[in-house]
Design a protein around this ligand. Structure first.
Ligand code: GLC
Ligand code: CA
Length: 553
């Protein structure tokens, strides 16, 4: 069995990594050309966002052919070369399986539209209610109703996301067989990692019912018991046959109990889960499209529950701040101005030394920040544009709506990787599909020459591979009531050594009083973003702005 605690995964958004052929869009050959850069990080696997054939209404999460590479990203040969070249440096490939829905351009949907009874059963097709209203009152996650007219018929099809993403009916065993075959197609190409997109919304009820309250609507189709059955089947039919596979489920609004079951090895479902509660601590009333300061005490409570209970229950967390759906964590939880370096390193320390498998989103290792866009025209993302119009409809001024979009848009994470300070950040020779803005100061060339964040990431990754306390240790939070510092202890069964991790989430210095059992202990500093040397702990520990410290006692 592989030790998930020793693995580190890097995420690449192919559209924005490197454009090798001058069309403004990142591609597979671009990634091949940057393998030397990837090699320096010593990660174990790369999760690639989808590059399958797609009309790109939701940037590739609307898949029209699961087993072909979209020509704008390259060819199957390019993919095979990429897998082989990564293998040479011991880096595995994790593909993004978008199996809850497919594009309305997929042949399954087209056949259904043409009346083929087999494929009509692949989708949720329902008639309007007797009063002519939509089959249910569900809302799409990207705004608007979750139902769209099914061609020229009197049926509607369900789409929890964009109308171009039709939900597949997993109740139908033929659907499950077809999507499991997709996973096996890629396994046959040597792929051992899979990320399953919004996999826990596959568990809809057979009879779709109206939500009686918008706040409980999601529970009608999210994280339901049948998802465990689907995952067990998927596991047995595909990657479960490969003891070296690594899988992660993207779990929308999930619970700890379910996440334990999803990821506990004995359950034979997945290796680990992405949960998102810790990234909703700057939402007002659960609404993403608001601007709120981070509720730090809530963040701490969420980490405490998810870290400790998953540990006690034998589950496994994916550890992350960033991905292609989140605005940059440095802007949300750190200080992207005065303390960019310190807060980038503090955030990395705080998350990566927890119990689980860390995921690093491309550019995070440079301390990349949100782009400085000035107009709604700078944005591409469907969710962002819909939200902007929705906010305007609710009566917000253009400036107020823009202010929220600016802080929360998924495009914040999707800007091209900054390779150098050039006009297009060394990403492309031509105007890219999404513009870079702050590459003058933050870019790979500068970072490798005189930066320190990249180095710090290298060090953190190495620590996970060499320190058993980090890869295998249990976790316990302490200083629970401290309003500024996140602190936890990592420990192993039957061993007295402990690793203490401190992270000051604020720009003010702060002194904490250590619990008795840590006082007067000689400490070895494993990593410090202020270059601290080994020291003996006393009752008081002073932490300067955004200081992070991992000390072994
Ligand atoms: C996931 C993806 C996101 C996509 C959505 C619908 O949340 O990460 O980018 O829009 O699923 O497929
Ligand atoms: Ca290209």
């Amino acid at each position: 069995m592989i030790n998930l605690g020793k693995k580190v995964i890097y995420q690449i958004y192919p559209k924005s990594f490197y454009d090798s052929n001058g069309d403004g869009i990142g591609d597979l050959r671009g990634i091949i050309q940057k393998i030397d850069y990837i090699k320096k990080l010593h990660v174990d696997m790369i999760w690639f966002n989808p590059f399958f054939v797609s009309p790109q209404h939701d940037n590739g999460y609307d898949v029209a052919d699961y087993c072909k590479i979209d020509p704008r990203f390259g060819s199957m040969q390019d993919f095979e070369e990429l897998v082989a070249k990564l293998k040479e440096i011991n880096v595995g490939v994790m593909l993004d399986m978008v199996l809850n829905h497919c594009s309305t351009e997929h042949k399954w949907f087209k056949k259904a539209l043409a009346g083929d009874p087999k494929y009509r059963k692949f989708f949720y097709l329902r008639k309007a209610k007797a009063d002519g209203s939509l089959p249910t009152n569900w809302r799409s996650k990207f705004g608007g109703p979750a139902w769209a007219k099914f061609g020229n018929t009197d049926y509607y099809y369900l789409h929890l996301y964009d109308p171009s993403q039709a939900d597949l009916d997993w109740h139908n065993p033929e659907v499950r067989k077809a999507v499991f075959a997709v996973v096996n197609f890629w396994r046959n190409k040597g792929v051992q990692g899979f990320r399953f997109d919004v996999i826990n919304v596959t568990g809809k009820a057979k009879k779709l019912l109206d939500a009686t309250d918008p706040t409980t609507e999601k529970s009608l189709y999210t994280d339901t018991p049948v998802v465990h059955q689907y995952l067990k089947e998927l596991n047995a039919a595909s990657f479960g046959q490969d003891p070296d596979s690594i899988t992660v489920g993207e779990m929308s609004s999930t619970s700890i109990a379910n996440s334990i079951a999803y990821s506990k090895p004995d359950e034979h479902e997945l290796s680990m889960v992405f949960s998102f509660h810790h990234l909703k601590v700057d939402y007002r009333d659960g609404n993403k499209w608001t601007k709120e300061p981070v509720d730090f005490m809530k963040l701490k409570a969420i980490f405490t529950a998810w870290q400790e209970k998953m540990d006690q229950g034998g589950g496994w967390n994916a550890l992350f701040w960033n991905n292609h759906d989140q605005s940059v964590a440095l802007n949300r939880f750190g200080d992207p101005g005065k303390y960019r370096l310190q807060s980038a390193e503090m955030l990395a320390t705080a998350i990566q030394l927890m119990r689980g498998t860390p995921y690093i989103y491309m550019g995070e290792e440079l301390g990349m920040i949100d782009p400085a866009y000035t107009s709604i025209k700078d944005y591409v993302d469907v969710e962002t544009l819909n939200a902007y119009h929705e906010l305007r409809k609710q009566g917000l001024s253009a400036a107020a709506a823009f202010d929220i979009i600016h802080a929360k848009s998924r495009d914040n994470a999707r800007t091209p990787m900054h390779w150098d300070s050039g006009k297009y950040a060394g990403f492309s020779q031509v105007k890219p599909w999404l513009m870079p803005t702050n590459q003058d100061e933050i870019n790979v060339a500068a970072e490798l020459k005189h930066g320190e964040i990249f180095n710090y990431y290298q060090k953190l990754i190495k620590l996970r591979k060499t320190e058993e306390l980090i890869s295998d240790g249990h976790i316990k939070m302490f200083l629970q009531k401290d309003p500024q510092v996140l602190a936890y202890e990592r420990f192993l069964d039957n061993k007295t050594e402990k690793l203490l991790v401190f992270a000051n989430f604020y720009g003010q210095e702060h002194t904490v009083t250590l619990p008795k059992q840590y006082q007067e202990q000689a400490g070895t500093v494993l990593i410090s973003n202020y270059h601290k040397k080994d020291f003996t702990l006393t009752a008081a520990l002073k932490l300067v702005p955004y200081e992070a410290l991992a000390i072994k006692i």
